[in-house]
Ligand binder design. Sequence first.
Ligand code: ACM
Ligand code: ZN
Length: 704
Amino acid sequence: MEKIFLLQIALSLLVCFPASAQNIKRSGLFRCGGWNDDFRQLRDLEWNMENLDLGEAECDSIRPNALHSRHRLKRVVLPTVLRIIGSQAFFACDSMESIVLPAGTERIESRAFGNCTGLRTLTSLAETPPMLAEDAFCGTDTRKIRLIVPKGAEKAYKNAPGWQRFFTRKERTIYEQAPEEPAIIPAPTLVTYVGKEFLHTGDLGNIAASPLLANERRRLEEVLTDRLGIKQFSSSKASITLETDSSIGRKEAYRLDISKKGIRITGADAAGVFYGIMTLDQLLIPENENGRIKKLKSLSIEDSPRTTMRELMVDPCRIFIPFDDLKGMVKEMARYKMNAMHLHLTDDQAWRIEIKKYPLLTEKGSFRTGMDDMQMPIGGFYTQEQMKDLVAYASRYHVEIIPEIEMPGHQIAAIHCYPRLTCGAMELPIRTTCGVSDNLLCPGSDFTYEFLEDVFRELADVFTSEYVHLGGDEAGNPPLGCWSGCSDCQTLLKRIMASADTMPQPEARNDNWRLQKYMFDRIIGFLHEELGKIPMFWYETDFHEIQPGCIVFAWRHGLTAKAIDAAIRCNAKIMLCPGEHCYLDYPAAKGDMPEVNWGMPTTSLEQTYSLDPAWGYGADFEKQNLFGVAGTLWSECINSTERLYYMAFPRALALSEAGWSQQHNRDYTGFLTRLRRIAGDMHRRGICTGNIPAVPVTAAKQQP
Ligand code: ACM
Ligand code: ZN
């Protein structure tokens, strides 16, 4: 990741905070707002905080995201002068059992108490019910919460918008008709309405599918249970038919036909059938809570992907992602027809995958204290059994898991465990700050190749994907510089220079690029020949040449055209992941989370949406070279799973549409309109997202 080093220095100076306390009381002036305000300090630095008393703090609002996903937080006393609780202020503070709203509380915003699943008592001291956003408690079962209001104010609360849910014990079901325009993301290729007939959704429990589609049938049953409450399924008198027909289009293409007699989903392959089911799932999303679609319009959808791979990259190295949470992310991505999760398993800050031959990697390399100014313990790794389980789980949702093992840079954690991996066998501490380390794997040492081959061999038994990512980015600072002082490296370089063409590399800073090429050639050869894998790597201009049979990622701001030119020149496939559109770890707007970061620019939802993966290069490039799109979620500043989701969504939906939908079917206002319904559903299901921008008023008026 590109770093702004002045900010890194500033961040490392901040690494002098006292150990985090369990009980914190704040009184007097309280800084609310600004890049590193008191809420950010409490939320991100006081990782051990369980009890927070702001009763005497001079603070009239708990700002948006103030205490987002602080799972340890049990008890909060709100400021006496409080008026506003901002959006997602307490999102997923799930250890909090009770909270008291002060008398002056005026407004509680969207998802302020979303996923507060432990909440049992809500006491409001306000005589006038505060304005309560409809979704303030999304993902939280309000039937489990006892609401206590001032004597005499019960009626006012019962009648106030949003508060009713605390008085209604009975589950309500509102039957609705499907919306006029279906809200499908990514936008399908073609939707045709066939007549004015409707299908009654109550009759959809009979499914016909060949045994080869048993998995897809199971996914369909999940959808029908979740959306329609259907729990009994049979195969007689089919009301839904699942089938494959490879003649309907490219891999993953599908056709969905709805008539008054039933539903037929035809996929070019099993993945296509699955995507037809995911589209049906979106057609069944109700307008509001507890809604259920009673009738579906007759229609026919033809759909197929524009690109082969729609990927999200997650980074459990900087901050660990619990194993089960990876599964949750896989399932959510799949809804939007994303088909690859790229796991960044190794970096300077941690090694996260069990390698049986090198046990120190996880014994010593998977634990440290601190990520920049956040001084919490960060540990964890995935066993090979867990990863096999993840691969199997993801395949049910047609998502493949692509492991990444970095080389030659971003490997300090491995070097910390096995110093022989770097030049001069230097003993290096594991890195606890963001940024680029100078030390690299040593290309002049045989042990480096033995190690990498052993690792890739073990991983080949775990990850069934034909792809494996080799990193290749940001190799040292200055790039590749550490090899200049290593006699093994320089001996190897002389040998290479003597035996090969020594034409100067147009953009190389020195001849060390030949060592990087040597290392990549050797490992790529091994992966091709011994393991039958297709290597991927982050493109750097120093590479110049892309080895046959590899896939490169264009990621650097402003350098996408150079990467594409190289892919065309070398007849290689390319993933588009340009920072300007695809770095989902950047804040979506100025001041949004992560408020404190290493100097990231912003990537708005609109910027992500505006990615055209053809990048102005035309049909030939698209056909010959374009492989897909990828979004990154580097986690230096993402310290909870909910925040991972916050950064990913809704931008990943914009990215999925860029990767899946035909350019002529895409427009941002239409996307925002569809997103409203889809995001409402995500929120009700407890999925965390960042802000959902409003549909521009002029466009909203034109909607039916
Ligand atoms: C990267 O962001 N270092 C690929
Ligand atoms: Zn060396």
